[in-house]
Design a protein around this ligand. Structure first.
Ligand code: URA
Ligand code: CA
Length: 434
């Protein structure tokens, strides 16, 4: 078999065989296929596309390029959740204890990564003492004992996806639905769960800017799940404004705690309940999403969800008192209100720009070496549809030194667009693909 012939075949729009796809992934993994040939093949795929079977096979081969986690020592159906990423997204920290409180095991690996705030793993480190690194046995033991564990990605999951992604990044071949779907799903499959709930974001703060593209991506991932035998559903949700009001690490932890106590803001509560309800269905815990939603409500109202958070934090070495005493969490030294000069209704928010405001204050990483300040960030007081009168506070900054507050204020003010007419609040859940 020659790579040249495989590139030629895809260039002409033909379907690649299982053997050809496996040959390419193996060859690229072991270095026998050079970057220039892989680049040419990726560009051919970009223009000619792949069918469901080719996409699923590429996914499986990339998943198997490294370690495949074996979670069989955990009883029950393990349902993983993945978000395609946005700004101020605190869902995992609400979902993990909420789902575990229903006796559905949560065995999750999460990332740090670059971004406007830290990833889930960075946010969790806001709990004093919380250990995000556990050996695999400890991870599984914690899930069996407490129903939940969330750790930083260990081992070597889907290394070939990482290598291919780096190549796509420099060859203008990232934005192809089959390639994105295969990339995301290869990591989820290697992470060992039986079923997967995907939160596919769309809007100004998301990877997919339009509903149409988000639906295509969700659909492609659901079909991969079907082909490889992992029950998968995709919830397509709005990211035309940050989720919840808090953007920052310990600020988002407080927001997650509030949500688990039943005092959350509308959109984070709606999203986490919807995702939890779908996870309950996939786990066989309830028969319908409606029953799942009622169960989520009940777990919040009875205090079982927040009690599970305390248990979880303690089980990973964290100080569970911080769940009830926020003064134990990291805090910024200073606060400042951002005041608006406009009167009207919030018509749109440039989500990326709000994210940048949090980033310049030190809430996220600009590069791999950046050090996150867990206490800093911002709280938004106005979201799409809200009425604003000149002099209103639109956001509060939490910061430790003055050097970047001016830039943050500029970003926040520039992010808002106003209308003189009243604006409807945007829909949060667009569709669910099964
Ligand atoms: N996220 C991924 O993990 N892979 C992609 O290809 C795009 C976004
Ligand atoms: Ca938030």
């Amino acid at each position: 078999m020659r790579v040249y012939d495989i590139i030629e075949k895809k260039k002409l729009g033909e379907v690649l065989t299982d053997k050809e796809i496996a040959f390419v992934v193996e060859g690229y993994t072991d270095g026998s296929i050079p970057d220039y040939q892989m680049s040419a093949l990726l560009m051919a795929i970009y223009f000619q596309g792949m069918n469901d079977k080719e996409t699923a096979l590429l996914t499986e081969c990339m998943a198997k390029s490294g370690e495949m986690l074996d979670l069989s020592a955990i009883e029950g159906i393990k349902v993983d959740k993945h978000s395609t990423g946005g700004v101020g997204d605190t869902t995992t920290i609400v979902l993990a204890p909420l789902v575990a409180a229903a006796d559905v095991p949560v065995a999750k690996m999460s990332g740090r990564g670059l971004g406007h705030t830290g990833g889930t793993i960075d946010k969790l480190e806001s709990f004093p003492g919380f250990k995000v690194e556990l050996p695999l046995e400890g991870f599984i033991e914690n899930v069996n004992k407490h129903g939940v564990a969330v750790v930083g990605q260990t081992g070597n999951l889907a290394p070939t996806d990482k290598k291919i992604y780096a190549l796509r990044d420099v060859t203008a071949t990232v934005d192809n639905v089959s390639l994105i779907a295969a990339s995301i799903m290869s990591k989820k499959i290697a992470a060992g769960s039986n079923a997967i709930v995907l939160d596919v974001k769309c809007g100004s703060g998301a990877f997919m800017k339009t509903l149409e593209d988000a639906k295509k991506l969700g659909d492609a991932m659901v079909r991969i799940g079907k082909e490889v035998g992992r029950n998968t559903i995709a919830v397509v949700t709005d990211m035309n404004q940050p989720l919840g009001n808090a953007i920052g690490n310990s600020l988002e932890i407080m927001e997650a705690i509030d949500t688990l106590k039943g005092n959350g803001q509308g959109d984070l509560t709606e999203l986490t309940h919807t995702l939890a309800a779908n996870m309950f269905v996939l786990a066989g815990r309830v028969a319908t999403v409606e029953e799942g939603l009622s169960l989520a409500d009940e777990l919040i109202e009875s205090g079982k969800a927040i009690e599970k958070l305390r248990e979880w934090v303690a089980s990973q070495g964290g100080d569970a008192r911080s769940v009830d005493d926020y003064s134990l969490l990291p805090a910024a030294a200073k606060q400042m209100d951002v005041v608006l000069e406009e009167t009207g209704y919030v018509a749109a928010i440039d989500t990326e720009m709000i994210g940048k405001a949090a980033l310049v204050l030190g809430a996220g990483r600009e590069n791999k070496e950046s050090i996150i300040d867990l206490g800093v960030g911002l709280i938004m007081h106005k979201k799409i549809g809200d009425k604003v009168t000149k002099g209103d506070v639109v956001a509060t900054l939490y910061y430790s030194d003055n050097s970047h507050t001016e830039a943050a204020i500029r970003y926040i003010k520039d992010a808002y667009t106003f209308s003189t007419e009243s604006i409807k609040k945007p829909q949060l859940i667009y569709t669910i693909i099964r």
